[in-house]
Design a protein around this ligand. Structure first.
Ligand code: ATP
Length: 330
């Protein structure tokens, strides 16, 4: 192919992020319930003499343009796997997913670049191999390819698709600045060690998904999901064992106490969404974006307006879920 190929890729929210012990390789064992949400980046690949990256959109200035860009790394990984020379490709990212917001925007771009370059170069990489390359690029990249909803085990890269019974409505409160994911995991370990629960951060119960949460997701029942997210229903026994072992409050996103510790103002954002009638509010992944589940479009608009008016966030976006995985356009 000689023209331009464009892939569309969605952001994610973790409706559950159960964090187990730190492994010898430095990663944590996770039970990660991913849900793709309808905020999108578009990654376009065009043949070029030398590799090049450009970025447009409201968050463009915060995205690196060199080899460290995850989309560039993805193109190189795909070319290398096929034994191709260094990729002469211009990757353009039309960025609408917040950067360093806990919504896996960089991972989405890597998935988009894999798909777009594969089509541009006619390499017809088998799906399984694309997923393997994706896992090497980052824990969240395979899910960005897959989309929908999935349970991620291991460091989040071993995926099992999950059913979602109906459209779910979300409001996202974007914060000033970002949180670096490794720093949030380090803070999680620090809080766990400091809490006096007696656990060492390498020796914790295996993380498990909440049955009530998976059932609510499968049924597409927003109210039941809200109850599972706020802990109003029984969560998995393992979550209780983690709570006991660490002495920290039980949270469906077990990175949330760490994100709040590093960014205390997020507590006001969560309280504002709660008071405005959200069914549940949580920090998205490693934060600092806060995600609010709402029953319908009208409530989404009301919660978004309340958040914007409160001054507790920089901007607000609404989106529905589940969104599709990385998709070629045109
Ligand atoms: P996650 O939820 O997967 O932890 P995140 O949403 O918090 O990720 P990203 O937006 O993926 O964070 O960006 C994290 C960092 O990665 C950024 O600060 C940026 O320096 C770097 N980065 C590299 N490539 C990209 C890209 N294509 N888009 C955004 N950030 C990128």
């Amino acid at each position: 192919m000689t023209g331009t190929v464009t892939a569309r890729v969605a952001a994610k929210v973790n409706v559950q992020l159960a964090v187990g012990g730190r492994r010898p390789d430095g990663f944590h064992d996770l039970a990660n319930v991913f849900l793709a949400v309808g905020l999108y980046d578009e990654v376009s690949a065009t043949p070029a003499d030398t590799p090049r990256i450009s970025v447009s959109g409201p968050y463009a200035e915060r995205v690196p343009l060199g080899d460290s860009n995850l989309a560039a790394r993805a193109a190189t990984a795909l070319a290398t796997w096929h034994g191709l020379p260094a990729p002469g490709v211009h990757l353009h990212i039309a960025k609408d997913i917040p950067v360093a917001g806990g919504m896996a925007g960089g991972s989405a771009d890597a998935a988009g670049a894999l798909l777009a370059c594969d089509a541009l170069w006619g390499t017809r990489t088998p799906r399984e191999q694309l997923l393997e390359l994706a896992a090497e690029l980052g824990s969240d990249v395979p899910f960005a390819l897959l989309g929908g909803a999935a349970l991620g085990r291991g460091r989040g890269e071993r995926l099992a698709p999950l059913p979602v019974g109906d459209t779910l409505h979300w409001v996202f409160a974007l914060a000033d600045g970002g949180l670096a994911t490794p720093a949030v995991y380090r803070e999680c370990d620090r809080l766990r060690e400091a809490s006096g629960g007696g656990a060492t951060v390498t020796d914790l119960p295996a993380p498990e998904p909440s049955r009530a949460l998976l059932d609510a997701l499968g049924a597409g029942d927003a109210r039941a999901l809200g109850a599972a997210l706020t802990g109003d229903t029984d969560t998995a026994g393992a979550a209780d064992r983690t709570t006991q072992a660490t002495g920290l409050p039980r949270c469906v996103n077990e990175l949330q106490p760490a994100a709040l510790s590093l960014y205390p103002a997020l507590a006001d954002t969560l309280a504002t969404g709660d008071a405005a009638g959200a069914l549940a509010g949580l920090v998205s992944g490693s934060g600092p974006t806060c995600a609010f589940l709402v029953p319908d479009v009208e409530s989404a608009d009301a919660v978004a307006a309340a958040l914007l008016g409160s001054g507790t966030c920089r901007d607000v976006r609404t989106a529905t879920a589940p969104a599709a995985g990385a998709t070629l356009l045109g």
